[in-house]
Design a protein around this ligand. Sequence first.
Ligand SMILES: [Zn+2]
Ligand SMILES: [Zn+2]
Length: 134
Amino acid sequence: MDCPNCKEPMIVLELSEVEIDYCISCKGIWLDSGELELLLDEDSNLENSNLFNTPLNISEEKKKCPICNKKMGKVEIGDEEKILIDKCLNSHGLWFDENELHQIIQVASKKNKALDLLNDIFQNEINPTDEEEE
Ligand SMILES: [Zn+2]
Ligand SMILES: [Zn+2]
């Protein structure tokens, strides 16, 4: 599968027993539909929950789904800190730019094994915002 952002071939990583597609060049991550729920250990369908709010007007450039090659829509995640991600309108999956998946897992779940694994992958680039030091 090619990266929807820079068109480079993506590699498959196993994250918390979920296979994710990862672009080495731009550090984006593609998750097939349902994989985010697996990463978050959620039974519910997050794509239909209030975690995902669809914004009305987004000027950010639209990327194409790597599966159906149709332009993806933008969805907004989070209550306080909004994160914009790309979602295939045919429900093939979700595209996360660098660090976005990490931010979303932080928003959705404070303690998560996938978060630890993401920290390992991006250890030099991740700056958690909710650290409670001193
Ligand atoms: Zn890329
Ligand atoms: Zn698609």
